[in-house]
Design a binder for this molecule. Structure first.
Ligand code: FAD
Ligand code: SIN
Length: 538
């Protein structure tokens, strides 16, 4: 017997929970999420804040223009307009449900607005330097009170179930237009695979930073939604555009820790070990140039001079100021004996954000009927070839609303709900070789970092392509021979995501935004288009 719900949301970060809150007004919503701690997500670690036109001296046109400039010619204009123009309304709704953004120090009736790289104005609302945690807290608190919302932790989605897949499985011909019917989900509380039937499935599974050896992302970011959608035949786009944040802390005791761009917005300067402020050699906007430029500049300095890291200098602010403005970063750095008011902060770039993902329209609808994708797992066209800082939380809210509106408008179109086939365990045995999963996981992350990182070449991409093919063969075998576990699900998705990044990177024979290749170092007008790929062998 399948479990039934009106809307199945996969993922409990900002996108999934904002959507759930809105969709619960129209029917029953089940949110499933991988971890026991249901607030765990990339959203939870967002520091800098959420960008929205808020002050009188800013305008929609400014925010639109900044987003388009950062996107290096590839943003979808309508997506930018939608996000920027409706964004402030969504932020107000966050405030209404109890999100406590930090008030201005000078005027407690106003919100404090940060500035980050690529923004021409101060427009980033924040909750100290723990913005994501505050947004996620408020959303989860509100959803917990809603009778139509059920949140299930320790439930990992394995694969989407589509009408086409069900038909092929029973030897019938696939429907011309495929549609999603639900998903197989590993209930980690009892290790059973459950079939979940739903009229609508929403992927809100976040990004895939864990594909790289060094990342700011928490362990959940394994590209599950992108890989599931790919396997279900949905279009995927722009996977070559992986954003590397310029300033992750370089410290062996505190890995994956982000040093927010807000610090550079507050006058922080990047320096070499000899004290040189090197960004002026790369861009007239210096330390506040868009991320792709700053990350590449750091990467170049590291490689050229054989350095382990560069340094962020915040010594122009007093200890009190730093503690007040960045309490979380200040505390974390002090825990490893770095005092920002007197010490330089060692930093390196790290994989941070996926601009590409499951291709959607302006309503978050994918190319498979009844399947939606919102938040980082989607590719809406907002970010183009490079995301403007703090635009992603905004995008998550705006597209959650847009998807909800379209789904609500189409509700009267009832479709039959066939009984879903039960998960076939076949002859799968329990594996006692966890070491193989760990080893393969590490291997993927290392070659992605070395061959598909900030600076690419055709040869390195081809090398990565060959490695991934081998690894995937091994994973496939392992997948069918052994009982499914959460680690195995993630490994399989990580490999697929890595493969999609390489495939898209090989198709873009130019440099643009976050995709930089030494073989084609210039942008080429013939490539002003999305890289759209689709799995035709599903
Ligand atoms: P997430 O918040 O990542 O949520 C994904 C959810 O899906 C999680 O609950 C996860 O457990 C679940 N999930 C994944 N796979 C499965 C599966 N197979 N089955 C069940 N559940 C699954 N953006 C900004 O705009 N401003 C910032 O200041 C900012 N700072 C950042 C700082 C850090 C350190 C990081 C890592 C990111 C930052 N970002 C920031 C980016 C931003 O946080 C994310 O892009 C955004 O929060 C993504 O939200 P989401 O809801 O799409 O995904
Ligand atoms: C940061 O605080 O630097 C992260 C902002 C973002 O990724 O949007």
């Amino acid at each position: 017997m399948s479990n039934h719900t009106d809307t199945l949301v996969i993922g409990s970060g900002a996108a999934g929970m904002f959507f759930a809150l809105k969709a619960a007004e129209h029917g029953k919503v089940t949110v499933i999420t991988k971890t026991q701690e249901v607030q765990e997500s990339n959203s939870r670690y967002a520091q800098g804040g959420i960008a929205a036109v808020w002050s009188d001296d800013d305008s929609f046109d400014n925010h639109i223009s900044d987003t388009l400039v950062a996107g290096a010619g590839l943003c979808r204009r309508e997506a930018v307009e939608l996000t920027v123009r409706t964004g402030p309304e969504r932020v107000r709704e966050l405030i209404e449900i109890g999100t406590a953004f930090t008030a201005s120090h000078d005027n407690p009736d106003e919100y404090s607005l940060h500035r980050e790289g690529g923004h021409s104005h101060r427009r980033i609302l924040h909750a100290d330097d723990l913005t994501g945690a505050e947004i996620v807290r408020a959303l989860h608190a509100r959803c917990a009170q809603h009778p139509n919302i059920q949140v299930l932790g320790e439930h990992t989605a394995i694969d989407l179930i589509t009408a086409g897949w069900v038909a092929r499985r029973s030897g019938e011909i696939s429907p011309v237009e495929d549609r999603v019917l639900g998903a197989y989900v590993l209930n980690r509380q009892n290790d059973e695979v459950e079939a979940w039937a739903a009229s609508i499935v929403v992927l809100a599974t976040g990004g895939a930073g864990k594909v790289y050896q060094y990342t700011t992302n928490p362990p959940i970011a394994t590209g599950d939604g992108i890989a599931m959608a790919w396997r279900a035949g949905a279009e995927v786009a722009n996977m070559e555009f992986v954003q590397f944040h310029p300033t992750a802390l370089y410290h062996h005791k505190l890995t994956s820790f982000l040093i927010s761009e807000a610090l550079r917005g507050d006058g922080g300067i990047l320096r070499l070990p000899n004290g040189e402020a090197f960004m002026e050699r790369y861009d007239e906007r210096k330390d506040l140039a868009p991320r792709d430029i700053v990350a590449r500049a750091i990467d170049n300095e590291l490689k050229e001079k054989g350095l382990d890291c560069v340094y962020l200098d915040m010594r122009h602010l007093s200890a009190d100021e730093l503690e007040r403005r960045y309490p979380n970063i200040d505390k974390a750095l002090k825990s490893v004996e770095i005092d920002m008011s007197t010490d330089l902060i060692p930093v390196v770039p790290a994989a941070h954000y996926f601009c590409g993902g499951v291709r959607v329209d302006l309503n978050g609808a994918t190319s498979v009927r009844n399947l939606y994708a919102i938040g980082e797992t989607s590719c809406t066209g907002l970010h183009g070839a490079n995301r403007l800082a703090s635009n992603s939380l905004l995008e998550a809210l705006v597209y959650a609303q847009a998807a909800c509106d379209q789904i609500a408008a189409n509700r009267e179109v009832a479709e039959d709900r066939p009984e879903l086939p039960v998960w076939d365990v076949g002859s799968a045995a329990h594996s006692d070789e966890q070491v193989i999963i760990q080893q393969t996981w590490g291997e993927i992350r290392r070659f992605m970092w070395n061959y598909v990182g900030i600076v690419r070449t055709h040869r390195r991409l081809k090398r990565a392509e060959r490695r991934i093919a081998l690894v995937q063969e091994e994973i496939q075998k392992y997948y069918w021979d052994f009982k499914i576990t959460s680690d195995l699900i993630e490994l399989r998705n990580l490999a697929t995501t890595a493969q999609l990044v390489v495939r898209c990177a090989l198709l873009r024979r130019e440099s643009r935004g976050l995709h930089y290749t030494l073989d084609f170092p210039e942008s080429d007008a013939r490539f002003i288009r999305d890289t759209v790929i689709q799995n035709t062998r599903y």
